[in-house]
Ligand binder design. Sequence first.
Ligand code: 16G
Ligand code: MG
Length: 543
Amino acid sequence: MAQFQEVSQKSTLHPKPVGLVLHYGTAGFRTNAEELDHIMFRMGLLATLRSKKTQATIGVMVTASHNPEEDNGVKLIDPMGQMLTPAWEGYATQLANIEQEELLTALKDIVEREAIDLIQEAKVFVGKDTRRSSGKLSQAVLDGVAALSGHSKDYGLVTTPQLHYMVCCQNTQARYGDATLEGYYRKLSQAFIQLTKNVPNRTDDQKHLFVDGANGIGALKVREMEKHLKQELQISLFNDGSSGKLNHQCGADFVKVQQKAPTGISMKAGERCCSFDGDADRIVYYFSDSAGQFHLLDGDKIATLISTFLKELLTQIGLDLKIAVVQTAYANGSSTHYLEDTMKVLVRCTKTGVKHLHHAAQEFDIGVYFEANGHGTVLFSKAAEEKIQQLSEDSNSNDERKRAALLLQNTIDLINQTVGDAISDMLLIEAILAIKGMSVQQWDAIYTNLPNRQLKVKVLDRRVIDTTDAERRAVSPAGLQEAIDGLVETYRQGRSFVRPSGTEDVVRVYAEAETQESADALANDVSLAVYRLAGGVRDEPKP
Ligand code: 16G
Ligand code: MG
């Protein structure tokens, strides 16, 4: 095939280190940037094939999210702005690991298996984060696209969710918005201003927010967004990348894991702060109280705030739409209880990883999904969007209903439904707090988290652990679940589960209980059970 000749030539410029094996993991490839040149070229090839197959624009984002600066990675984006379909993750892994001389055979194999018409035009959108290695690596993606005669558009520096948004806009012929950065800022800021414009007496304090940009792309983009917000949100930006190191002692992952404020942010008691991760697809909020105690408002608290707000609006407009919150096993037990028992909202639990939550959320009229780590968004079904729109335009409905329908309409416009988006989530949270006249302390007080602990256990091969029931129960190795059940029983409000990590060579252990002491002890007991029953290596876990 003539088209493959160019691939053959160009691929020698992006050679694969012999023997290197990498997997398309939970969120794409991610490793030290030095090992990624051939992966990028090959993902350019794969995205081009995917574009020909789907007859739509595909996205390729060069980023390693919250990983250190030396790492990099790549995520592929499907036509509606979702993450690459799992069926093609296998091809990505195959293509990544094939040795140089087998590359053409592997490509032909995908073309045959997927019955791809190579004559079909292809279009690929490419974006990158602020890492030093990202420029060269995104060029390798562009080379891959060109080698298969695909067309590309290089968006340069964008957040991951911005690129997801562009892909969706492009493939819906701009019904979702304009596929430009300007279009993105305009759509979100207009919705935000509409939502907040009738809120009485918002003080400057209420309009003020501290943002930790993780020294990454989110910081650059929040600066660009700020101009469009017309002072309705006043942002003090920290860790803006001008001096600090990406994700170092800052960012959403640091704050969530360390349960403390990032460096570089000077906050006074009660001030509302938030942190983005390195590619701005995650967000967490926090504040410190007058006693200096740190309070984290994670994805669970965010999901609770958003779903409460949406449910109240639905009640006001009298629409019987099915709303659900999708969580993972990491969601704090208190959040699940609050949602189910007090809010009477349907709660679903899925496996870890955004694609699983996204998929589950699609089954409802309104699906609010968040991982505890701050990654999430809200999905509205087509039918729900249409009903809400009709009501907002209905001249017969009373003022209260109409007001609520308009609020819902603007809320839909403010949300990036393609994927979790720190900037969009931030604006949504700020709008909800303003509309409800709620302080960050009041939001935090909706429910109190159960004390919890996460630990890691190193084992010879983490794949010996197999789980079921959305990772809440282990089916192998034999005896492990029984051991966990026995331990959990001995602690009040105890709950624990284990799962092999999808991003690190460890087994993760989660435990929660009535007191921090109990949660720590339970996590340690369960770690020991994993160590003994699942082939632990190095030293035994100790309290
Ligand atoms: C990835 C996932 C994240 C998940 C995490 C779990 C995406 C975009 N990111 O970062 O959702 O929480 O992996 O990591 O899907 P673990 O398997 O190492 O616990
Ligand atoms: Mg991220």
